[in-house]
Design a protein around this ligand. Structure first.
Ligand SMILES: [Zn+2]
Length: 203
């Protein structure tokens, strides 16, 4: 796969239901590749040097002027600073409002108990960095499709990503990036079939 970035620091395939986290040094890039298409990738980010500063979904949407982020938009912290810039996006449809799945919300929505979830994966990924439940905030979902109708209706529907679609993110400060490769099987966010993704970190 062609990459415009420099030396590759990590190149990893994450099966469905995998947590992942890494500190990106300022200027490094993270490319997230939806290998088979239609796979939701739940994502959080923090100032790695002071994780009390973290992604703020509402401010990110206000600055972008849209709920649908794409190349050129920034992911902003609650301190009004850009954590990451979306530098490439071959899909063009991602979600900023749907949040992550949890065992609790799966029980409320689908009547099933003790399901694997992105919230649990976030907690697993955050634990080595000394972060926990208080640090899980509203997140971005790459490749997840949550359209909003003119009457305000919203729903999680099948994603628009094709096999191999990717987003590239450039760190604008030292950033702790956190992923849950979503295990959801009870709504169309993963086309009812969670699949692997690939993450590539480059200088
Ligand atoms: Zn999920």
């Amino acid at each position: 796969m062609a990459t415009s970035a420099g030396r590759i620091l990590e190149d990893r395939t994450l099966p469905a239901n995998s947590p992942w986290a890494r500190v990106l040094q300022k200027g490094q890039t993270l490319r997230i590749i939806d290998l088979e298409g239609k796979q939701a990738v739940d994502f959080l980010c923090y100032n790695a040097d002071d994780p009390s500063e973290r992604y703020n979904a509402a401010d990110t949407m206000k600055y972008a002027g849209t709920i649908f982020l794409t190349a050129g938009h920034g992911l902003y912290s609650d301190m009004g600073r850009r954590l990451l810039t979306i530098v490439e996006d071959t899909c063009g449809r991602h979600d900023t409002i749907g949040g992550c799945c949890s065992a609790e919300s799966n029980e409320v929505r689908y009547g099933v108990k003790a399901t694997p979830s992105c919230r649990e994966n976030f907690l697993k990924a955050l634990q080595p960095f000394g972060l926990g439940k208080k640090d899980v905030v509203a997140n971005v979902n790459w490749f997840m499709n949550v359209p909003v109708g003119p009457d305000g209706a919203m729903a999680i529907v099948e994603g628009l990503s094709k096999p191999g679609d990717y987003v590239g993110l450039r760190a604008e400060m030292n950033v702790l990036a956190v992923i849950s490769n979503c295990p959801q099987t009870r709504n169309p966010c993963n086309n009812f079939h969670p699949t692997p993704i690939r993450v590539v970190v480059s200088e």
